[in-house]
Design a protein around this ligand. Structure first.
Ligand code: LMR
Length: 328
């Protein structure tokens, strides 16, 4: 009898010990290639987080829409099927947080400094707070860059956009932007863009160069216009219930790892986009066109009214506050 109870105690101790050793798994899903600012930052966060928690946390990365594509990933996060995402700020409207579409407004940020004044200040904090009622905690803003436009015809003036079918992210502001140019916007998941361009489902699109290059869009787009008409960035988010349920020391270590990964990400974003544009140019497959001052004025004239048109959706006060921060 003694042997039996000793074995029972041993096996209980073993299973307890095994349980105590089981790492906390964080599934981090995203839709871009590893070799992009967001992809590299996710890798860096994994390294920092696993090191800082001595392996008590395991980050499982699922890049390039491997696990979930655009719309699905937010649903999966809210269900707790994944714990972390870094969606484009243009993808929070369908979640009911329309204010994030302020980042999509044409020409809202005259520079990266202006953008950081917003994301790192009170406005950024208040926007992240709006996620909590959706069961989401916002951890950081990550950067990508200013967008270029692409199509299989030159895009020099707004008139060149007339009738074009252009892929956009799921943002009403981007819908209004393309319509202001006389184009027909079409929402598609990021993972579907290359094929849609290749088969002619859409004629063109917009994105920072790092996304265009790593998704090989330049292979099916003969013309890119360096317009910098709008910005594309990210919110790194977690399932709130999961995050609040973590041991406090683990949460603190992950917060620090996220801060360091964010510093890294912002340091590489502009360089990666510059290198991507150079790489697209080098392929010789795509003509890269930079707008003249006169053409830039024509684009602004066509697109700036979108800020006013979107006041009722995003909030006049928020747009005014962002413009004020950006003007500092
Ligand atoms: C897009 O869908 O165009 C981008 O949001 C992809 C990304 O996450 O950078």
């Amino acid at each position: 009898m003694k042997l039996k109870s000793a074995l029972l105690v041993l096996s209980a101790a073993f299973s307890l010990n095994a349980f105590a050793q089981a790492p906390i798994v964080i599934k981090f899903s995203h839709v871009v290639a590893i070799d992009t600012p967001k992809g590299q930052a996710a890798e860096r966060f994994k390294q920092l987080a696993e090191k800082a928690t001595n392996g008590r946390v395991k980050i499982e990365l699922y890049p390039n829409s491997q696990l979930y594509k655009d719309k699905e990933e937010l649903e999966a996060l809210q269900l707790g099927a994944v714990q972390m995402l870094a969606p484009s700020l243009a993808k929070f409207g369908p979640l009911g947080v329309k204010e994030f579409e302020a980042f999509d407004l044409p020409y809202i940020f005259p520079s990266k400094t202006a953008l950081y004044n917003v994301t790192e200040g009170e406005i950024g904090k208040s926007l992240m707070k709006k996620l909590e009622s959706k069961g989401i905690t916002g951890l950081a803003f990550w950067d990508n860059g200013f967008k270029v436009m692409s199509a299989n015809k030159p895009l020099h003036t707004p008139a060149d956009f007339k009738g074009l079918k252009l892929r956009i992210q799921s943002s009403k502001v981007l819908d209004a932007q393309m319509r202001a140019l006389g184009a027909n916007p079409q929402v598609l998941a990021f993972s579907e863009v290359y094929q849609a361009l290749q088969t002619g489902v859409v004629d063109g699109t917009e994105n920072p160069p790092s996304n265009m290059y790593t998704q090989k869009m330049h292979e099916v787009q003969k013309h890119v216009t360096v317009s910098n008409h709008g910005y594309l960035g990210y919110a790194v988010i977690v399932n709130k219930k999961f995050w609040d349920g973590l041991p406090a020391d683990i949460r603190a270590a992950l917060d620090k790892a996220m801060k360091d990964a964010t510093t890294f990400e912002k340091a590489i974003a502009q360089r990666d986009n510059d290198l991507a544009l150079e790489a697209i140019k080098k392929t010789g497959k795509t003509e890269i066109y930079t707008l003249s001052v006169k053409e830039q004025a024509e684009w602004r004239k066509a697109l700036l009214p979108v800020q006013k048109d979107m006041e009722s959706r995003i909030g006049k006060d928020l747009i005014t506050a962002i413009n004020k921060e950006a003007a500092k």
